[in-house]
Design a protein around this ligand. Structure first.
Ligand SMILES: Cc1cc2nc3c(=O)[nH]c(=O)nc-3n(C[C@H](O)[C@H](O)[C@H](O)COP(=O)(O)O)c2cc1C
Length: 399
């Protein structure tokens, strides 16, 4: 009698990494298709309060491995765009509760993205018309999106921000800590610290926007000091395994830049590695290449490899990927989870569509920001397209 195990009769299955479960902190994610944070500028006015319409939008997308909320200001000072939601008032916490309850009832998981825009703002958005704050008095190129006197959105040139005094720094950290506590009260599963895309923490990190000579400038340790103070404060509320951090190495969005991004972001990734976080989330520095159908540039690939080597925990990556490239990038070990932005915006059932290789709805950039249900909750699911479920309705009351 042979003691050998019987030979399997069926062919070995080729498992796709995109649909393999993965542990994220204390949670087990059923697959690796996450929803990237997406600003949609549809909070209720006045007060920047999340609404039932916002809850409907998120619940439609609750089959994501993890939903990361749109960037959410932690204070009035942290706001940089008209109509974005906050997490600093009681009403806002109650509004977010609608969202988290709905996502959880549908079996999903949702993190809140904690946001302070720094200089990417305007007195029209600041309390008492004050100046936006920043590490240094350097005016960004470009325009702020404000609400004008007629209640319409309007673009106005950025102005030179006010330099944060060193005595104000604990107050900035407190804003993040309070935002984290409010996110806990609002029923989120965790928080993502927005340290990307040229906003306050990124302004401190990048040498082009930080010319300080005090403890918050100069060396990488100085320029990343605020980020690590924020991480420590937020971990104090949530525990590290419920906290993610988003970075955008080589990023140029919002007029940002660094003279030595490999050293800056390599060092930060290495130090984040010992923080026992749920994940590190990178905005893919090759997004523009991929969007234009080009091969990713070698500097982008090299910095991703560098960060991958320095950061030992779970790595999430977003930008310019589709089903096959996402699977390829996972297989090459460049990331563990892929977050999709524009594809999730236009496809509420994106994980299913990717799994079934179903066609995708195209996103409509004219409805990204502001407005109501149109271009927000009316993108159809596969079931709706096939007539197996009622069509999404556009309710004019939300206009
Ligand atoms: C409409 C829109 C809003 C966005 N809002 C945010 C945001 O609030 N926070 C953030 O970190 N990134 C934001 N991003 C960037 C996305 O999270 C993501 O990195 C980007 O869309 C690239 O991924 P994709 O190619 O899958 O769309 C936004 C992108 C878009 C298109």
């Amino acid at each position: 009698m042979s003691l050998e195990a019987p030979v399997a009769r069926s062919e070995p299955k080729t498992t796709e990494l995109l649909f393999e479960p993965i542990r994220l902190g204390r949670m087990l994610l059923p697959h690796r298709v996450a929803m990237a944070p997406l600003t949609r500028s549809r909070a209720r006015q006045p007060g920047n309060v999340p609404t039932p319409l916002n809850a409907a939008y998120y619940v439609q997308r609750s089959s994501a491995a993890l939903v990361i909320s749109e960037a959410t200001q932690i204070s009035m000072q942290g706001q940089g765009y008209a109509w974005t939601p906050g997490i600093h008032s009681r009403e806002q916490v109650e509004g977010w509760r609608l969202v988290t309850d709905a996502v959880h009832a549908a079996g999903g998981r949702i993190f809140l993205q904690l946001w302070h825009v720094g200089r990417i703002s305007h007195p029209a958005l600041q309390p008492d018309g004050m100046l936006p704050v920043a590490p240094s008095a350097i005016r960004p190129a470009g325009e702020a999106f404000i609400e004008n006197d007629r209640g319409e959105g309007e673009l106005v040139p950025f102005i030179t921000p006010r330099v944060l005094d060193i005595v104000e720094m604990p107050y900035i950290v407190q804003q993040y800590e309070r935002g984290a506590r409010h996110a806990l009260a609002a029923g989120f599963d965790g928080v993502e610290v927005h340290s990307a895309n040229g906003y306050l923490l990124d302004q401190f990190i990048n040498s082009q926007t930080n010319t300080r000579t005090d403890a918050y400038g100069g060396s990488v340790a100085g320029r990343s000091r605020l980020l690590f103070e924020v991480v420590e404060a937020v971990k104090g509320v949530w525990g590290g395994d419920r906290v993610g951090v988003r970075l955008s190495p080589l990023g140029t969005f919002n007029d940002i830049g660094d003279t030595d991004p490999e050293t800056t972001f390599g060092t930060i990734a290495e130090q984040l590695s010992s923080q026992d976080l749920a994940y590190l989330h990178l905005v893919n520095p090759a997004t523009a290449d991929l969007d234009q159908g080009r091969a990713p540039n070698s500097r982008a690939l090299a910095i991703l490899a560098l960060i991958r080597a320095k950061y030992r925990g779970t790595l999430m990556l977003a930008g310019g990927l589709d089903r096959d490239s996402a699977e390829g990038w996972l297989r090459k070990g460049r990331a563990d989870i892929i977050a999709f932005g524009r594809k999730f915006l236009a496809n509420p059932d994106l994980p299913r569509r990717l799994r079934e290789r179903a066609p995708l709805n195209a996103d409509d950039p004219t409805t990204y920001y502001g407005g109501g249900a149109k271009g927000y909750t009316d993108y159809p699911t596969l079931e709706q397209e096939r007539g197996e479920a009622p069509k999404p309705c556009v309710d004019d009351r939300w206009r």
